[in-house]
Write a protein that binds this ligand. Structure first.
Ligand SMILES: Cc1cc2nc3c(=O)[nH]c(=O)nc-3n(C[C@H](O)[C@H](O)[C@H](O)COP(=O)(O)OP(=O)(O)OC[C@H]3O[C@@H](n4cnc5c(N)ncnc54)[C@H](O)[C@@H]3O)c2cc1C
Length: 401
C-alpha cells in the first residue's frame, strides 16, 4: 500500500486502513543550542550507532542519572528525540527494561547491581519482562502469593504469574514475591531480578484475541536466586513497585489512541471525509462527539507536556487523562469498526513482535483496544484513584494502597 489514495480505497472496500502514528510538533529550538551542537557532532562521529554506543552516550534513557543517562530535563529530552529522529537513529527496543526495570535499579540497586544489569538492559542486548500480576492478584496486587523463602545463600521462589508480556523473549524479569506474612499484605513483599532461562521457570504462551502471542503464564518451581538478586531491602518491595509503576514517562510524542500509537479521532474523521460514504444522522453525531473528545484529550496532553517542561509534577491531569484516554481509544475503534460495516470484521494482522505490537489495521486496533481499559491499572481503579486522591472521597474499606 504505497499512497494515501490506496489506503483510502482499502478502507472503503475492506474497512481497513494503515495506522500512522501521529506526531506533535515539539516547540522549536535554537539551532545554536550547545546541547544540540554536541549531539550533531556525536552523530557525525557515529552515523549508525549500535545500542551499546547509544547506551554509553546516555542517549537511550537520557532522563536517568549519569552515567546511565544525562539527567536530561523535558526540554533536553525533546532535543535528543528530535536529533535522533533527524539522523534516523532508532533507540534499542526493550520497553519494560528501559521504561520500568532500569529506573528502579538506578533508584535502589547497589553499584554492583547497576554495573551488572544496566549496560545490556539499555543497549537492548538483554530483554526484560515484568512479573507482577498473578491469577488472583491484578488490581489488588498487594495480595500476591508467589513466595520467596530464604535458604542459606539463596532465595527459593514458588508460585505463578500471568499476563507477563514478552516473558518468552526476556533474559531477565523484575519479580515481586512474598517474603513475610506479617503485618498488612503490602508490608511482606520483596523485589527481585529473576533470570528467565533457569531451571524451575516454565513459560506458557497466551495467544490474545488479535492472534498475537505477547502474554504468557510463568510458573516458578523451586527457582533458586542468589541473595544479590534482591533489589533494596527485604520486605521493601511495595515501595519499589510504586517506583517502577510511577516511572512511565509522560509521552512527549505520539498521541494515537492505542497508548500513544495508532490513529487519532481526527484521523478517523479524515478517513471518513476522504471516503465516498453517506453517514446517518446518528453516525454523524457520534463522529463529531468522538472528535470532540479527542480534541479535549489533545489539549489535556499539551497541558501535561507544558507542566513537565516547566518542571511541575503532572499530578491530577495524568490520572484523569489516562482514564479518559483509554475509554476514548475504545470509542474511536468501536466507531471505526461500525462505520466499516460488515467488512470491519475482517482481521488484518499487524507485524507482530515487540515493535509492531499495535498492528497495522483498524480491525486489529478494534481488537487491541479492549486491552486499554485493563493494562497499566484498569479504568475502574483509575477512577478510584481520582476519587480518593483528587476529589478527597472516602477510601474503600479494604484498600491497602
Ligand atoms: C496489554 C496488557 C499487558 C500487560 N502486561 C503485564 C505485564 O507485563 N506484567 C504484569 O505483571 N501484568 C501485565 N498485565 C496485567 C495487568 O496489570 C492486569 O490485567 C491489571 O492490573 C488488572 O488486573 P486483573 O486482570 O487481575 O483484573 P482484576 O483486578 O481481577 O479486575 C477485574 C475487574 O474488576 C474491577 N475491579 C477490580 N478491583 C476494583 C476496585 N477496587 N474497584 C472497582 N473495580 C475493581 C476491574 O476494573 C476489572 O473490571 C497486562 C495487561 C494488559 C491488558
Amino acid at each position: 500500500m504505497d499512497t494515501a489514495m490506496d489506503q483510502q480505497e482499502e478502507f472503503r472496500r475492506h474497512g481497513r486502513a494503515l495506522l500512522a502514528p501521529m506526531t506533535v510538533t515539539p516547540p522549536s529550538h535554537d539551532d545554536d543550542d550547545p546541547r544540540r551542537r554536541e549531539l550533531r557532532a556525536w552523530l557525525v562521529e557515529h552515523p549508525n550507532p549500535t545500542g551499546s554506543e547509544l547506551a554509553d552516550a546516555g542517549l537511550v534513557a537520557p532522563h536517568l542519572a549519569r552515567p546511565w543517562g544525562r539527567v536530561a530535563d523535558a526540554d533536553y529530552q525533546l532535543i535528543i528525540d528530535e536529533e535522533l529522529e533527524r539522523a534516523k537513529v532508532h533507540r534499542p527496543i526493550n520497553p519494560i527494561g528501559i521504561g520500568w526495570a532500569g529506573p528502579t535499579i538506578v533508584y535502589a540497586g547497589t553499584e554492583a547491581q547497576q554495573e551488572r544489569w544496566l549496560p545490556r538492559l539499555l543497549s537492548g542486548e538483554e530483554f526484560w519482562c515484568q512479573l507482577f500480576s498473578e491469577p488472583g492478584s491484578g488490581s489488588d496486587l498487594a495480595s500476591l502469593t508467589t513466595t520467596a523463602t530464604r535458604d542459606g545463600d539463596e532465595w527459593v521462589i514458588n508460585g505463578q504469574k500471568v499476563w507477563t508480556s514478552y516473558a518468552h523473549l526476556a533474559t531477565w524479569g523484575i519479580l515481586l514475591a512474598r517474603t513475610s506474612n506479617e503485618g498488612l499484605p503490602h508490608q511482606g513483599i520483596s523485589y527481585f531480578v529473576c533470570p528467565m532461562r533457569v531451571e524451575g521457570v516454565t513459560i506458557r504462551p497466551i495467544v490474545d484475541m488479535t492472534g498475537d502471542h505477547a502474554f504468557n503464564e510463568v510458573f516458578f518451581d523451586d527457582v533458586r536466586l542468589p541473595l544479590d538478586h534482591m533489589i533494596g531491602e527485604v520486605n521493601d518491595g511495595w515501595r519499589l513497585a510504586k517506583v517502577t509503576l510511577g516511572n512511565e514517562r509522560v509521552s512527549l510524542s505520539g498521541e494515537g489512541v492505542l497508548w500513544g500509537r495508532g490513529p487519532t479521532a481526527a484521523d478517523l474523521v479524515e478517513q471518513v471525509r476522504a471516503t465516498p460514504m453517506t453517514l446517518s444522522a446518528l453516525e454523524r453525531d457520534e463522529l463529531v462527539r468522538c472528535w470532540s473528545h479527542g480534541e479535549i484529550l489533545r489539549l489535556l496532553r499539551l497541558r501535561l507536556v507544558s507542566a513537565v517542561q516547566a518542571g511541575r509534577e503532572p499530578g491530577a491531569e495524568a490520572s484523569v487523562r489516562k482514564a479518559l484516554a483509554d475509554d476514548h481509544g475504545q470509542e474511536v475503534m468501536n466507531l471505526a469498526h461500525r462505520l466499516a460495516g460488515s467488512s470491519g470484521m475482517l482481521t488484518g494482522r499487524g507485524p507482530g513482535g515487540v515493535a509492531g505490537a499495535v498492528g497495522s489495521s483498524w480491525s486489529f486496533g478494534f481488537l487491541y483496544a479492549q486491552a486499554l481499559t485493563i493494562g497499566g491499572g484498569t479504568s475502574a481503579v483509575q477512577r478510584n484513584i481520582i476519587g480518593e486522591k483528587v476529589l478527597g472521597l472516602a477510601r474503600e474499606p479494604d484498600a491497602t494502597r
